[in-house]
Design a protein around this ligand. Sequence first.
Ligand SMILES: [Zn+2]
Length: 308
Amino acid sequence: MKKNIGIDIGGTKVLMGVVDEQGTVHAEKKIAMEPAKPPKEMIGEIARALKKMLEDAGIRLGEIGFIGAGVPGTTNTKTGIVEYCPNISWVDVPAGEYFRQALGREVLLSQDSWLAALGESLFGAGKNYDSIACITLGTGIGCGLIYDRKIFGGGLGTAGELGHTVFVPGGRDCPCGRQGCLERYSSGTGILLEAKERYPDAFSGVKRTEDVFELAYGGNEPAKEVIADCVDKLAFGIAALVNLVAPQAVVISGGLCVHEELVVAPLEREVYRQGYVAWTRKKQFRILPAELGSRAPMIGASALYRGI
Ligand SMILES: [Zn+2]
């Protein structure tokens, strides 16, 4: 079976892997991401690590059919230009050209949350549906839209910015420069912020979002209340998304998707309560936990040629 390579360039690490056409990972390597390094140098380093991974696995670069890469921000697949990735300080970077120089091969690029959506659509929780949205809950809220098994980027190439949609006018400051974006309330980071803001004394020693969840599982009422309110806000966002785009399913990815009882199930209930009756009455829409875990963007990147 043909083997491809997927690369997931994140804020702190770069994950790469040899993946076959059924989504099975055959070799994998992780290196540190250094946003302070000039992008051309960093891509040179990624290329060296990739060659080492192949060498260790006994695979020649010539045997690889396709190479795709994801970055945490807006990217133009056609031009190979990473347009806007503030968290790794890459703005208008000709990454496709740099990869070509470093590897002697064409590398197609896309946004990581779009690739996670493609991966889940082809090989994971979304494989029984033609059209899905995949929402990644982490430090922010990523969102990829798959329509008819293809990535939907919109006419501007920036579709899916649910996390930076303002839900609380005049609300919390967002690194994007505005106030009240959904990801400041309903991401993993948002839940922790909400807990500390609402109950400063009770949560003063709490450092991680997971600690808020542990307290909630132990019956702590403030923790349960904070999580429920953050999930409700996200449900408004998802109900609006389904009203507009009508995917058959929304896949919840990222660390929070393991919380079936506190996140996934209440989210589906709330989205049904808030969504428009034209689609809620059909009872076909589902909210599902992701199946590919943190490898989703890498696996999706290896199959980018199928999603464009
Ligand atoms: Zn924002």
